[in-house]
Design a binder for this molecule. Sequence first.
Ligand code: PLP
Length: 468
Amino acid sequence: MRYISTRGDQNERSFSEILLEGLAPDGGLYLPTAYPRIDSATLERWRGLPYAELAFEILSLYIDDIPRSDLMRLVAATYNEQVFGTKEIVPLRRLEDGVFIEALSNGPTLAFKDMAMQLLGALFEFELGRRGQTLNILGATSGDTGSAAEYAMRGKRGVNVFMLSPHGRMSPFQQAQMFSLQDENIHNLAIEGVFDDCQDIVKAVSGDLAFKRRWHIGTVNSINWARLLAQVVYYFAGYFQATKTNAERVSFAVPSGNFGNICAGHVARMMGLPIDRLVAATNENDVLDEFFRTGRYRVRASAETFETSSPSMDISKASNFERFVFDLLGRDAVRTAELFGTSVSTAGGFTLDVPDFEHIADFGFVSGKSTHADRVAMIRAAWERHHTMIDTHTADGLKVGLEHVMPGVPMIVLETALPAKFAETIREAIGLEPARPAGLEGLEALPKRFAVMPPDVAAVKHYIETHA
Ligand SMILES: *Cc1c(COP(=O)(O)O)cnc(C)c1O
């Protein structure tokens, strides 16, 4: 399998070449030259497989430059009961007739990002070891992404993580999750400023190309193809759990921000998984809902990006979205480059032509939006009617998913975090304290390992130089 850029860079690359990369050199995102089609006999064979074996089957269609025995070993070390808490890895539970919740949040940081990030940690360690290289991952976080990256990379050979967070501004739980890690290769830098200050420092350090090259600075952001690929697997696993035969179709409702999760659903559908609808659910930050309803993609300014009670979906633009538009436009890289390279940067967005807009329906996408009041009402309804506690992001998915249920087609809502992470809104909705998974009860009391520093690029560079 070879990979190309959505903006037309004609150099085809192998999986291992793009694994440690972010954007393609032309600013586009990597995609396979074609999606492998899964026939019904293969789907039937996969139906009975344990999660790790299913993951191996799917990954090996896209990864042909890691020996099969190594890939199987990495996958088995990732998708097991020790890491994800259950043998099923992504167990499906029935909420009501035809409505299911697929649990993607039983990994170490209680959010779905672990599903991909844990595999990425194993792949990075393997690839860096094979090349005899090291990598210093630099990132900024206000919560979920940073902790998922740290738990994926902790103790991995050849990798250091330098994670910047706004000092005193994360929730006590999120802070404890990250700062309690005692691994030598994990570095928490608490910056005396806000999240944007952290982000600006990361940009400045990565923008110093000499420093970047000398210290092997890299990232693990959501545009990484391997992260997306790992997420394709749980669409298949959810489908198999909700159906008995391949003649059945299902829909998925996906709490969406950067369009990474639902883009994996798009890939699964392109591979031939019988998905009826892909329901993109947004919160008050409705960039994607506006697009799917109107064909207009309008990037928001920071003043127009709201802080909500489903904070991991608070985005101003959807960084993976270009991949879908490339497919929608029949893989026309020239037009994709015009839209994302030119229109987004000069005009803050674009509007699709009518025929392209009408073509969206052929890809199954629909959308909707959920507000704080909706999410509180959904958390309450799920608790009162079904005795199920859901987190705020999953509540957005459920709210919008229910608006798109078709008779006879199961709706699978992806659970993207556990309620324990967002206790404040759970208390507001149902007056109860969400239970913590075993082992996390005393998290806030554990010893913490972090360095406080001013919002100063030179100070952060110096820290990297002395700790890498
Ligand atoms: C990251 C995240 C999302 C959004 O996922 P995207 O892939 O960015 O669309 C939704 N819910 C939770 C809990 C998350 O951490």
